[in-house]
Design a protein around this ligand. Sequence first.
Ligand code: SF4
Length: 349
Amino acid sequence: MQDLVQLAPPLSNGQVAPESGPLVDTLDRIHDNLRISVTDRCNIRCFYCMPEQGGEFTPVSKILTFGEIMRFLSVAISLGIRKVRLTGGEPLLRPALPDLITQISETPGLTDVALTTNAVLLARMAKPLYAAGLRRLNIHLDTLDRERFRQITRRDDLARVLTGIEAALDAGFRSIKLNAVAIRGVTEADVVPLARFARDRNIEIRYIEFMPLDAQHLWSRERVLLADEMIETLSAEFGPLKAVPDPDPRAPATEYDYADGRGRVGFIASVSRPFCLNCNRLRLTADGKLRYCLFAREETDLRALLASEASETELERAIRSTVWKKWAGHQINSPSFAAPNRPMYSIGG
Ligand code: SF4
């Protein structure tokens, strides 16, 4: 894995974006993976993402309509986007979401459609999502301890999340991954129980290093539970983990098999093992801003273009020039790091 402790700022130095070919940036990274946030609202309040009270939410009138999302997507697919992940806030709060998923699942050119959810509403939504054509779910779950769940999310919804996971398995979802944010001083005691929970259900779990994306700026390096530490903990419990050769070096998680072959575990080590030089991801926020990076400090407002009669060429140019401006990667490890101008819930995972 590249060692990228210090990463340089934007690189385009005045060159103009190519007018044809794949969606590349100045490092020749090809972008084919799109995250679409369908709402910035959420029904829980994770302290490393949202303030307990308040929070700035986009007026509903400024949230992209399904028609605008599909218009953007058809141009993006023509530029090479092949994978789509729906995110939030909490996407299951978006009314009629299965209708959008049906439209996306039936859109030619896509090879993968997935959704990230906190599963609080999944018990009710699993069947309609599956019927709409969705087959891949990432479920956000940091702990199996009711009190710690309440401490982290400021909601007493663990039971609903667990029921939601069972409902997804019953509905037929076979590609389910758990995403657990790992925070020193909070979730160390959850690493092994979550791994056991996932193994028992033949689900892959990915531990995500705590990133500076929270609305209250509580992040510090000392609070990052590192991938290497969790690998040590799991190896002590289940035997030495075996690294899996990277099927796709652009995928954010590094994966390991358990010694007994029962399941796989992944680590998204954005802080200790940045993977930006292989990044193929773009993000469309719920209010129509295109971002070339989770931590970007600039974005392109596409909502006006999408709401107007702008031509496909104009949209294409806007997408290409956004990607062309992409920096080498986040700067979490550099003294000049500055948190993005939006908290996580208004960017989307
Ligand atoms: S931090 Fe930005 S550049 Fe790096 S992998 Fe994530 S989205 Fe890509």
